[in-house]
Design a protein. Structure first.
Length: 559
């Protein structure tokens, strides 16, 4: 093992040339050509004696080296250029060190890491691609490679703890044992085009730290990212930060997906699993229709969804046991898409979750087996109703709702007949009949309130069921009655524990009003017969509160 110093300035690093090699810094040439146990050093004495000017070393050698260190010439503005196109075989236990200034690396030969090695290149751009076939590559400062074949990772460990690692493409699709250590702030950035990331085969691949990959190429015309089926612990966040290219995401699993800064075209034909946050692009050229389901599968709380005005025209599933997702703005699905809620909490957070093209939409909110919660916090679930069952609580076991702050709403806005499948659940919200089509409510459910925002309109309850309300605020207008009835020729029951129900311009039939409250249909309402408990007169003057407190007399205040 020996040090080999470059001397004599511009020259060729070949397998036989000894002129430019010395055993000492600035010493006489003639030392042997470096081998795989030697350390190669370019320092301030590497140029012709007494000259600190720029010089070029052109590498044609096929041999190897243990370590290599490149420092700038002594002159302030001078550079050393490492040129050529041959491969560097970097041996186990070595270090590649490049000074932060004064080094130009135009050599396109591959940096082939044979075993554990350390890169300390200080962010200098290297024209070499990199391969790692075994051992640990420790990157101790920011690394930039513009090599055409990018970074090829067969086995071992890539340790980029708290530094950035930039390359054109990243490829590690095999079954060998390999790991990527990101640390707290380490990130990988790919800047090429075509398939810029490929971990399609994830057997043997693990990741750690805060896993982040940035896809950045403003000039690309097409970009493909293949991540494979990584589990939640090993999943990686991807940021698409620039470009107008056509983006293809093959089927796979992601941590966070962030499209901010990208404005291209996207096909949603492949299924995806998202374990973290989703942020859609602000100004994409287009999101094409897709059949692949996007599944939100986080098992921890506090994940966010930011739509940025984009319509998600593909099926959506929420299925993360113990997970929760908080809407940051309006969440709109394509008109025929189904949202399936199996596990976790969807927090509307005062925002609206709805479907595009309200009058023709056939999409629906549908529950499936699991523990699921719908939290309103003043938000609105808008079910436009082209589907027969735009709200379909077909799997009520494990389904709950939470009111949160403010008053939430499920609004059934279809212009055609639609069914609210309640499943016998408690809904801590207002159910609104917001469309001209008849609304049929199935199951013995409980609601905070029921309202209407159109008239005339019809609301039918399943015969033989009891629907409980904390408040009841259905009212029509002159000539535009709200019809209340049963779905068959039998009675249903409406219940309110206390207080006064004050309606008007209603047409009621086959309805039993009970529960302790006094039910006034209003003097302008129509008795369609087979009713019990309804008073077809106006409620007495006064104030009626949902908590059962009613004030029917005057209030006098004196100082």
């Amino acid at each position: 093992m020996a040090n080999r110093y470059w001397v004599g300035g511009t020259g060729t690093w070949s397998d036989v040339n000894t002129t430019n090699w010395s055993a000492t810094s600035g010493g006489a040439g003639g030392a042997s050509v470096p081998t795989n146990v030697d350390t190669v050093i370019f320092d301030t004495n590497s140029n012709i004696a007494g000259s600190g000017a720029s010089y070029t070393c052109t590498r044609t050698a096929t041999g190897t080296a243990l370590s290599m260190s490149l420092d700038k010439p002594s002159a302030t503005s001078a550079t050393v250029t490492l040129a050529g196109s041959t491969t560097f075989n970097l041996q186990t236990g070595g270090t590649l060190t490049v000074a932060a200034t004064g080094v130009v690396w135009t050599n396109t030969g591959v940096l082939a890491v044979q075993g554990s090695h350390t890169f300390n290149t200080n962010g200098v751009s290297l024209a070499s691609a990199v391969t790692l076939n075994a051992g640990t590559l420790t990157v101790s400062s920011n690394f930039v490679s513009t090599g055409a074949s990018g970074f090829s990772f067969t086995a071992g460990t890539l340790d980029i703890t708290n530094v950035s690692f930039t390359c054109l493409t990243f490829s590690s699709s095999n079954t060998s044992t390999r790991s990527i250590a990101f640390g707290t702030t380490g990130q990988i950035t790919v800047t090429g085009s075509g398939t810029v990331w490929d971990t399609g085969v994830v057997t043997g691949l693990t990741t750690s730290g805060t896993q982040v990959v940035n896809v950045t190429n403003a000039t690309a015309t097409a970009t493909t990212v293949t991540v494979g089926a990584l589990n939640e612990a090993n999943s990686i966040s991807f940021n698409f930060t620039a470009g107008t290219y056509a983006l293809t995401l093959t089927a796979g699993s992601w941590r966070n997906l962030n499209f901010t800064g990208w404005a291209g075209t996207f096909s949603a034909d492949n299924p995806h699993t998202i374990y973290g946050n989703l942020t859609m692009a602000v100004t994409p050229a287009s999101y094409t229709f897709g059949t692949g389901t996007w599944t939100f599968a986080a098992t921890s709380t506090g994940k966010t969804i930011t739509s940025n005005g984009q319509t998600m025209n593909w099926p959506i599933t929420f299925d993360g046991i113990g997970g929760s997702w908080i809407l940051q703005d309006t969440f709109t699905l394509g008109p025929i898409r189904t949202l399936t809620h199996s596990n976790g909490t969807i927090d509307l957070n005062g925002k609206t979750l709805t479907w595009a093209a309200a009058d023709t939409a056939t999409g629906s909110y549908t529950t499936a087996a699991g523990t699921k919660n719908l939290t309103f916090n003043g938000g609105n679930l808008g079910c436009p109703g082209g589907s027969a069952t735009p709200f379909n609580n077909v799997a009520p076991t494990g389904f709950t709702t939470t009111a949160g702050t403010g008053s939430g709403t499920i609004s059934m806005t279809g212009a055609t007949a639609k069914t609210f499948v309640g499943g016998g659940s408690t809904f801590r919200c207002t159910l609104n009949q917001g469309g001209a089509g008849t609304l049929t409510i199935t199951g013995s459910n409980t609601f905070d309130n029921i309202t209407n925002t159109v008239q005339p309109a019809s609301i039918l309850f399943t015969a033989g069921t009891t629907t409980t309300f904390n408040n009841f605020n259905l009212r029509g207008t002159s000539g535009n009655l709200i019809t209340i009835g049963s779905d068959t020729a039998a009675s249903h029951t409406l219940s309110k524990v206390s207080g006064i129900v004050s309606g008007n311009f209603l047409s009621i039939s086959r309805s039993t009003a009970t529960g302790g409250a006094t039910w006034y249909a209003g003097a302008n309402s129509t008795d369609g017969l087979n009713n019990t408990g309804w008073l077809f007169s106006n409620a007495p003057p006064g104030l009626s509160f949902g908590n059962g407190l009613t004030i029917t007399g005057g209030i006098t205040y004196s100082a």
